[in-house]
Design a protein around this ligand. Structure first.
Ligand code: ADP
Length: 327
């Protein structure tokens, strides 16, 4: 579901972190806009605090008072219409979906079925035309663009098919970028990025540029960049679409480890059944709605991924990397 060429982008905010050209000037403050009140009457901390929140503590609900039974994510009657009048196109036609914290969901479906649109909505990159999107009680559909950017920065990580790394920038600097947006000091950025790179098996590759890395390694850098902020949710858009089978499996093992050992909820679009087999749940879109939603009793990751935590990804810092380094 990579972005189709030629589509209008105006209605979407395609920057995962939501920053403009000057990331530093977009450093998180505490704007009054963040005082949006949830239905429960709690303030919503979608403004990222300048300090780095502790990994586990930061998983607390933005809505503040979500009940135990409330899912991490709830979509209710989501519709999305692109364009107007005779050329209007309804990409989503009433999507209902609950996602529990800790789930690993593969989103499948034919081209044009609405997967990208749903992912853009889930990632706060785009807003629905109608319907409700609750992120632990927070009504995301009511947020301003800036508030959604802060939600993304604080709770979400993104991985794309094409890796989306800055070309002439080292792995280390690519991974540091979200931390720069967050206003972290240089020393903290260096340490956290190094740790994240080690966690994806790229210790020793910090100073290589994307051109000096294999596709699998580039995707590892992208994953390190996505997890360096210790997100609650990782949204992966065909993360293995550009990789061969072996590299694809390694990336899936990595995602599986992040999910199982670190509790990161993974939402992944894929058209490959082999990759979807890693997920705990497979949701299929057809013609703008969820056509099927099944549990996977035997996720492939159970067979292939070691159970050890990944150092630097928010867990036990003493454990070895999940995967050996690629050469
Ligand atoms: P999928 O990811 O399953 O291929 P998409 O969500 O990309 O499906 O697209 C669903 C439908 O919405 C398609 O008909 C597509 O052409 C249309 N669409 C997607 N994005 C846009 C856009 N920005 N403007 C106009 N139409 C769009």
């Amino acid at each position: 579901m990579s972005a189709a060429p030629g589509r209008p982008q105006a209605s979407s905010d395609r920057s995962p972190s939501g920053e403009g050209a000057s990331p530093v000037s977009a450093a998180p403050g505490r704007p009054q806009a963040s005082s949006h009140r949830s239905p429960q009457g709690e303030g919503i901390p979608v403004d990222a605090a300048p300090g780095r929140p502790p990994a586990s503590a930061d998983r607390s609900p933005p809505g503040g008072s979500a009940s135990v039974s409330e899912p991490l994510i709830r979509l209710r009657g989501i519709t999305k219409v692109y364009g107007q009048g005779a050329t209007a196109l309804q990409a989503l036609k009433g999507v209902n979906l609950d996602i529990e914290a800790g789930d690993f969901v593969a989103i499948m479906g034919p081209s044009g079925s609405g997967k990208s649109t749903a992912m853009n909505t889930l990632g706060g990159l785009d807003t629905p035309t109608t319907g409700e999107y609750l992120f632990q009680g927070l009504h995301v559909e009511t947020l301003t663009r800036d508030q959604r950017a802060r939600l993304r920065r604080r709770y979400l990580g993104f991985v794309f098919q094409g890796f989306n790394l800055l070309a002439r920038t080292s792995a280390q600097e690519n991974v540091e970028l979200p931390l720069l947006y967050r206003g972290e000091a240089a020393a903290t950025r260096h340490a956290m990025a190094a740790k994240a790179l080690e966690s994806v098996g790229l210790k020793g590759w910090e100073h290589h540029t994307p051109a000096e890395l294999s596709g699998g390694q580039q995707q590892r850098v992208a994953i390190a960049r996505a997890i360096v902020t210790e997100p609650a949710v990782l949204l992966a858009d065909e993360p293995t679409g550009n990789l061969d089978t072996q590299r694809s499996r390694e990336i899936m093992d990595l995602l599986w480890g992040l999910n199982v050992n670190h509790g990161i909820t993974v939402l992944m679009v894929t058209h490959e059944l082999d990759m979807a087999a890693y997920a705990k749940r497979i949701v299929r879109f057809v013609d703008g709605v969820v056509a099927s939603d099944e549990r996977n009793a035997h996720p492939a990751g159970l067979q292939s991924a070691p159970a050890s935590p990944i150092p630097g990804a928010g867990g036990d810092a003493q454990s070895p990397p999940l995967q050996p380094q690629e050469h």
